[in-house]
Ligand binder design. Structure first.
Ligand SMILES: [Zn+2]
Ligand SMILES: [Zn+2]
Length: 342
């Protein structure tokens, strides 16, 4: 099969083509696995973290990509949940142990043996991949393959971050960062919390205009002060400045949810600007979001079909994955980037 692989950890400002097209043997499904012929794979900021070594794959080369949509082409002898030809999705959670206290309590996202698609196992930047059948999801008919791909990460993790925000309808919600995850969170929040006002903090004017088009009550820069203090803020940025700035905009008892697998270090000294009385005091909370559970992915796919959510997507050929990653790094983002694979 054709695949575009990562061979080395690189600095993307020095090497803008970290991935190489290659031919790999077609993967063969184990007894509990399905072989998926990939048709679309979303491009996620986490790929940048893998390529640049902030969350490095344990083995190289690796096929990246964890927002995978395709059809079941073959199945292992123990698989009965799917038939040949069924359309399925694969998300960031590739597997978990199934036995630990986290797995048994529905927090499999925290499992010490959590394995990630496209990091700990080959992902979807390829014509085929295999996955355990109980870590694959049916894709609702409402979505095309390309539309469904970004729902599997940006959407599902965004949904998890909204769950962790613990919002009640009518409370105010802020979103700092307005890329793929941010715009999907806004759409879910408007549906689940119809009486809540939404405030968006984004660096670029085009993102702010986009946020207002989608129903934000207010949109400003990441360093701006919101017109009122907010009950919860979800951060989907890769950096630190918005964290400090968001804390200043939280109301007493408010909660900041950090939806990022890793943060970049270049603006880390901004954290020294934290002022206890204005940023943390009055019982403000900070909570990070780690990975996703299968329940998050399934629930979100159903919710997205019901709302419905149609993500804004930009399509690229598999061979242009480097270009898509470069543009993501340069924050040329409006909606989500998806590789279309033949
Ligand atoms: Zn992702
Ligand atoms: Zn476990």
């Amino acid at each position: 099969m054709e695949a575009i692989v990562l061979n080395h950890i690189v600095n993307l400002t020095e090497n803008t083509s970290p991935l190489t097209m290659t031919t790999l043997p077609d993967p063969v499904p184990q007894a509990n696995e399905v072989l998926v012929k990939v048709s679309a794979c979303g491009v996620c900021h986490t790929e940048l973290d893998e390529i640049e070594g902030r969350t490095p794959p344990p083995h190289l080369p690796i096929v990246l990509g964890h927002q995978v949509v395709g059809c079941v082409e073959a199945r292992g002898r123990n698989v009965s949940a799917f038939s040949i030809g069924d359309r399925v999705g694969i998300a960031w959670i590739y597997s978990a142990c199934g036995k630990c206290k986290y797995c048994l309590s529905g927090n499999e996202n925290l499992c010490h043996n959590f394995r990630a698609t496209g990091r700990d196992a080959n992902g979807g930047y390829a014509q085929y991949m295999t996955v355990a059948a109980n870590f694959a999801y049916r894709i609702p008919a409402a979505f095309t393959d390309v539309e469904a791909a970004p729902l599997l990460c940006a959407g599902a993790v965004g949904y998890r971050s909204l769950k962790l925000a613990n919002l009640k309808d009518g409370q105010t919600l802020g979103l700092t960062g307005f890329g793929a995850a941010g715009h999907l969170v806004l759409k879910v929040a408007r549906y689940q919390y119809p009486n809540s006002s939404l405030f968006v903090f984004a660096r670029s004017e085009s993102e702010r205009i986009f946020a207002k088009e989608l129903g934000a009550a207010w949109a400003g820069d990441t360093t701006d002060e919101s017109p009122i203090k907010l009950d919860a803020i979800i951060d989907t940025t890769p950096v630190w400045t918005p964290i400090v700035e968001a804390l200043k905009n939280l109301d007493a008892g408010g909660r900041l949810i950090i939806n990022a697998i890793r943060k970049e270090d270049f603006d880390k000294d901004y954290l020294t600007r934290i002022d206890y009385p204005s940023h943390l005091w009055l019982e403000k909370e900070i909570k990070s979001v780690a990975n996703v559970t299968r329940a998050d992915v399934s629930e979100f796919l159903q919710l997205a079909a019901e709302i419905p959510i149609k993500p804004e997507v930009q399509e690229y050929a598999l061979a242009d994955a480097n270009q898509a990653l470069f543009e993501l790094k340069a924050r040329k983002v409006r909606g989500a980037k998806v590789l279309r694979i033949d």
